[in-house]
Design a protein around this ligand. Structure first.
Ligand code: SAH
Length: 215
């Protein structure tokens, strides 16, 4: 199906996101540029522009567009920022960050998902560094980052991620139990000083790793 077929649905999705409170024009433009249907299995592709999470295999999901938008807005992205994502999944959130002009590094613990996401991103001409590893440890080789986004929910805030933030940079991460999580938006003010804002009431798949839940 030609991309133009999906254009109207994508425009409708942007209106939905505006009504739900997404106001950062850079984020809305980035979402409007990314063909979400390319990140979804063929049997569900007709639902690509509904504001819902959808299964991507291995018990994982592509996040709801509202969640992607509020997390990207909370990161306060601008072109040229170096961003680390934990939980590549389908690659959709990484693509939105790339469309916002960021340099993107993304880690996924399932090799099969990472390989598929990498193939999708390459097909769309998006140059994103992908790696299969435990993302709760960050990616020290490329640290420090201008922002870190975690798209799976953990029991606590991984210390290695806080350490890999530049001063002034933000970490957006869902924290909670297995039923509900709150989004923590953490800003590194100085070496060991951080501020935290909390946005309540989300449901993510579990963050599994050394600094997350055990497998
Ligand atoms: N950002 C994704 C959302 C995928 S769901 C998208 O846009 O499609 C979250 C993903 O985090 C899952 O694929 C899961 O396998 C992965 N994940 C969970 N714990 C992880 C960890 N410690 N390191 C890397 N990836 C992890």
């Amino acid at each position: 199906m030609a991309d133009s077929f999906y254009q109207k649905s994508r425009t409708d999705l942007i209106s939905v996101l505006r009504k739900k409170g997404i106001s950062d024009e850079q984020v809305l433009t980035a979402v409007s540029r990314v063909p979400r249907h390319e990140f979804i299995q063929s049997s569900l592709v007709h639902r690509a522009y509904e504001d819902v999470a959808l299964p991507i295999g291995l018990g994982q999901t592509i996040s709801q567009p509202y969640t992607v938008a509020i997390m990207t807005q909370s990161l306060r992205v601008s072109p040229g920022m170096k961003i680390l994502e934990i939980g590549t999944g389908s690659g959709y959130q990484a693509a939105v960050l790339k469309a916002a002009g960021c340099q993107v590094f993304s880690i996924e613990r399932h090799l099969e998902l990472m390989t598929k996401a990498r193939t999708t991103l390459e097909r769309l001409g998006m140059d994103i560094a992908c790696r299969c590893a435990d993302g709760t440890l960050g990616w020290s080789q490329f640290a420090p980052f201008d922002g870190i986004i975690v798209t799976a929910g953990g029991p606590l805030i991984p210390d290695p991620l806080k350490k890999q933030l530049k001063t002034g940079a933000r970490l957006v991460i869902p924290v909670g139990d297995d039923k509900v999580q709150n989004l923590h938006v953490i800003t590194r003010l100085a070496d060991d000083r951080f501020s935290t804002e909390v946005i309540e009431g989300f449901k993510f798949v579990p963050l599994i790793g050394k600094e997350g839940w055990s497998a």
